[in-house]
Design a protein around this ligand. Structure first.
Ligand SMILES: *Cc1c(COP(=O)(O)O)cnc(C)c1O
Length: 459
């Protein structure tokens, strides 16, 4: 469009005042609070202006206001389709809850509950009492405490058991978990004094033994959840450290990171230590996340010896990092699924143990649904990821629909802005839609969203 025509069209854009009194919009705007009307009108006019500047000829229409209003009333936090192939994607909310757990959360969220009320005695109780029995049963530990997340669990354990005293850690385990959570900094904040032993690649039990002194409060072991050290390596096992600790009267604390309650064996997965194995190897206190491999709500779970957990429970920080009732509800329902052997109801478990043939069939169905809408893709083999700092070396085989495109980034941007948004992966000039984290029911709406985005992009 030539500039003169474009400018003429831009001059036809209505003013906000004019729109406020436009009879055709009166019914739509009348029930709305004025700030919302204004926001919708501004957004609608801006949208129309952007269209004209892009060279499209459609000027302002009343429907622009309806669309703007729909856009404005969408919640900021909303469901997305995860086509990244990363099962525990921290940016996408990690573990999706089991349906039963979500139902329990809803039930407890909308009503009063016995969260801190002992119904037998009619007096105050503990908020995580509902899950202690299950955690003890599933991990073999003596006792359990639940806090807001595992970062808080690590901080609380160190603050309650090691403030002002020395915590001995291998240099090979002074890790950054992500989001700036660095073990040495957490130690400093807890008041524990860090004593580093060994080297990045090799630390022996003797290194810990030599560092134990009158000021030692804990031996600390941190699971290398998001990386691996290979080659010329050596590491003291939990069993070795716990027997050393017992000999010298120093408890062993292990941060397992993800921590899983059962072995998850499937094609392409590696083994992640179970909480039970850490406890039976002799760890006195173990912490792990609720929303990583466990597949529950965000939580930090602390299990271990009764007398140590009594100190953890009493520490004033415990109040600052306490769990919400919805967390307790979701966690209890999730743990019940483990107790009852109903693992296939846990989304994280289901997503991880899918067979490649199953994934290939789903990718073919997505390919077909896209083809029906005129979008041509290729089904390609991919490797998805466990994510969430678990099984860093796992290479679960998966399949994706690959969409060749001049600007896959621009297409991805449109997909993310869609409704519902689709988050995918861009690799080598292609947009990859990995089907691992998409259900059968997701295939049709994802195809719909991709078709709409390709229409709007110059793909
Ligand atoms: C993930 C992780 C944490 C942090 O857990 P959050 O539940 O995300 O707070 C701490 N330590 C290790 C080893 C981890 O892998």
């Amino acid at each position: 469009m030539e500039d003169a025509k474009k400018n003429a069209l831009l001059r036809t854009l209505p003013s906000i005042d004019e729109l406020l009194s436009r009879p055709s919009l009166a019914a739509l705007l009348a029930p709305l609070p004025r700030p919302l009307s204004l926001a919708a009108l501004r957004r609608a006019v801006e949208g129309a202006r952007a269209r004209l500047l892009r060279g499209e000829e459609a000027g302002f229409q009343d429907d622009d206001v309806r669309a703007a209003l729909a856009e404005l009333s969408k919640p900021n936090l909303r469901p997305v389709f995860n086509a990244t192939g990363v099962v525990l994607h921290t940016n996408l909310g990690r573990a999706p809850l089991a349906a039963r757990a979500a139902e329990r959360v809803r039930e407890i969220a909308v009503s009063y509950s016995n969260l801190e009320y002992d119904l037998d005695e009619g007096e105050r109780g503990s908020r995580y009492a509902p899950v202690v029995g299950l955690l003890v049963e599933l991990t073999g530990a003596e006792d359990a405490v639940v806090v807001n997340n595992n970062a808080a669990a690590v901080l609380l354990v160190l603050a309650s058991l090691c403030a002002g005293r020395e915590a001995i850690v291998s240099r090979g385990e002074l890790v950054e978990i992500g989001g700036g959570f660095r073990i040495p900094e957490v130690m400093r904040q807890s008041g524990a004094l860090l004593v580093e032993v060994g080297t990045t690649n090799r630390t022996r039990p003797g290194d810990y033994a030599a560092a134990i002194g009158p000021q030692t409060g804990l031996l600390v072991k941190v699971h290398r959840s998001n990386f691996a050290v290979v080659g010329f390596t050596e590491e003291a096992t939990a069993r070795e450290l716990s027997s050393l600790g017992r000999e010298r009267g120093v408890p062993l604390f292990e941060d397992l990171g993800s921590g899983c309650l059962v072995m998850m064996a499937a094609e392409g997965l590696t083994s992640e230590p179970t909480v039970k194995s850490a406890i039976s190897a002799g760890a006195d206190v173990v912490t792990f996340s609720g929303d990583k491999l466990l597949g529950g709500p965000q939580a930090g779970i602390i299990v271990g010896k009764k007398e140590l957990l009594a100190k953890v429970r009493k520490h004033s920080l415990n109040r600052a990092v306490r769990v919400d009732k919805m967390t307790v509800a979701g966690l209890e329902a999730t743990l019940e699924l483990y107790r009852d052997g109903r693992l296939d109801e846990l989304p994280v478990y289901r997503l991880l143990v899918q067979r490649p043939e199953e994934l290939q069939r789903r990718a073919e169905r997505l390919w077909e649904a896209l083809a029906e809408k005129g979008v041509s893709t290729r089904v390609v083999a991919t490797v998805s990821q466990v994510g969430g700092g678990a099984m860093p070396l796992a290479e679960p085989r998966s399949y994706a629909c690959a969409l060749g495109c001049r600007s896959p980034q621009a297409l991805h941007e449109l997909l993310r802005a869609g409704s519902p948004p689709v988050v995918a992966r861009v690799a080598e000039e292609q947009l990859l839609l990995d089907v691992r984290c998409l259900t059968e029911d997701d295939v049709a709406p994802v195809a719909q969203a991709v078709a709409a985005a390709t229409r709007d992009s110059s793909c």
